[in-house]
Design a binder for this molecule. Sequence first.
Ligand code: CA
Length: 237
Amino acid sequence: MHRILIVEDEESIRTGLLDLLEIEGYETAAVGDGEAALEKARQWKPHLVLLDLMLPKSSGFEVCRHLRKHHPDIFVIMITAKNEEMSKIAGLEMGADDYITKPFSVSELLARIKTRLRRRGETSAGSGPDTLEFGDIRIDFRRYEALREGHSLDLSAKEFQILRYLAARSGEVVGREDLLQAIWGYTLDNMPTTRTVDNQILKLRQKLEHDAAHPIWIKSVRGAGYKFDLEGAPSAE
Ligand code: CA
């Protein structure tokens, strides 16, 4: 059974979500602040966290950042209020897998949760190589481990997912919309700006490429998307 942790300081919403998800057959737990969320995540190891942005003690952003760093396999759906438009983008860059805006419908929330957890099943079934070697870099996707000449590189869960997706399609051009659907779980009628992808690719290049301005592995294909080149040949651009 899937475990879902609810992090929400408003008691009526917290209790409502708890009841709803239990009726839906999920194993659930709920906490009311950021510190309790981190403690619970560590002990209980949920598959998915519903994370309110505005929380007492530590904010949803801080909790999210911590979860990404220490529990990269937990899915995070950020809950933002309607007037926090900017924070959606920030939340995604902070490593949240998805966001939902209050007030949201029950059916929308359940659909998002199901999509995430289903994707989790697909990912663990293997949607790319388990390991990858290029240049002086070695990646182990199962262990979320990236090494350059034996030294650990600090990649986020999202960065591992993107790299794995691109590597599975080595030599092919992968469009930004394709990545937004596959990695972030967006649908075509629900697409954010493709800047989200570009920002993540930039971060990935800064960590993996010797010169992020002249990448040899993660290449841009103008007007089309990105391409992973296992040979690491200099780009024509
Ligand atoms: Ca709140």
